[in-house]
Design a protein around this ligand. Structure first.
Ligand SMILES: O=C(O)C(=O)[C@H](O)CO
Ligand SMILES: [Mg+2]
Length: 258
């Protein structure tokens, strides 16, 4: 049975950030993820995790100036020193939360640009090595160009090549089923083939990015497939509820901790 992690950036927005941990646990989740923890003190997050017996599945390294439109800096030439400092900042939160994987966002850059490609590979290699020192995985995620126009890592083939060419055992793929379906489709065969390099999975309905309970994808089948391929990691629920978070959790009832 997949272990679902509530994405506290997108779900449980009826509560303040720290109270979302309590609400997710009360709804039966045993794990959480979110985009960024950096506005809350690490100790406060650690306290909520412990109080609710929750595992921290994942969060992202700092993304640059998000409010100004940046979506990561790994592929931005000239930002390497900032990226190195960001890794240390994220590691403070990793230590407090016990998370075992961090997502490195690439940033907005032309995938055909040679300088961006060199910068991205240098950043990913550095971050993977630094995280390996701490026993953590680094994950990279292809993101579809409709949700994030101009994103550097915009297809699964490129991510697979970077992972294989850099050759770090702890550099893995964040397989977001929502993005996979929009970019390429063929979700089941891709899950089977890429399983050896998958470090994290995320889900949402396609095309609306709501609860995984209808529309284009057959999630009951995919949940079975995730088990059949032997995936034992977390499945992040990275969706915006159609209405209230709790009202939308019908799909999750069979998996909830009671
Ligand atoms: O957008 C996604 O799918 C993600 O998982 C990123 O963490 C943030 O944009
Ligand atoms: Mg995602």
């Amino acid at each position: 049975m997949p272990v679902f992690a509530a994405n506290l950036t997108m779900m449980f927005n009826e509560w303040s950030f720290l109270d979302r941990f309590d609400a997710a646990a009360a709804a039966g989740f045993t794990a959480v993820e979110y985009l960024f923890p950096y506005e809350a003190p690490p100790e406060a997050i650690a306290e909520r995790l412990a109080r609710n017996d929750l595992q921290q599945a994942l969060f992202n390294l700092p993304p640059g100036d998000w409010a100004a439109g940046e979506r990561g800096i790994a592929a931005l030439p000239g930002r390497f020193d900032q990226m190195k400092a960001d890794v240390e900042r994220a590691l403070d939160y990793a230590e407090a939360t016990g998370v075992k994987r961090l997502h490195l966002m690439a940033g907005l850059a032309d995938p055909a640009d040679a300088a961006a490609t060199i910068a991205y590979r240098r950043s990913a290699a550095y971050a993977a090595e630094r995280l390996a020192d701490k026993g953590l995985d680094l994950v990279i995620e292809p993101i579809n160009g409709r949700n994030m126009p101009g994103y550097f890592l915009n297809d699964f083939g490129s991510a697979e090549r970077v992972i294989s060419e850099l050759g770090h055992a702890n550099l893995k793929l964040q397989f977001d089923i929502y993005h996979r379906q929009i970019i390429h489709g063929d979700v089941t065969m891709a899950l089977r083939r890429l399983m050896p390099i998958i470090g994290h999975i995320q889900i949402a309905s396609v095309p609306s990015r709501h609860e995984p309970d209808g529309e284009e994808l057959n999630y009951p089948y995919l949940f079975g497939e995730i088990d059949r391929v032997g995936y034992s990691g977390f499945v992040g629920c990275e969706y915006t509820p159609r209405g209230s978070t709790l009202d939308g959790l019908g799909w999750f009832k069979p998996f909830a901790r009671s």
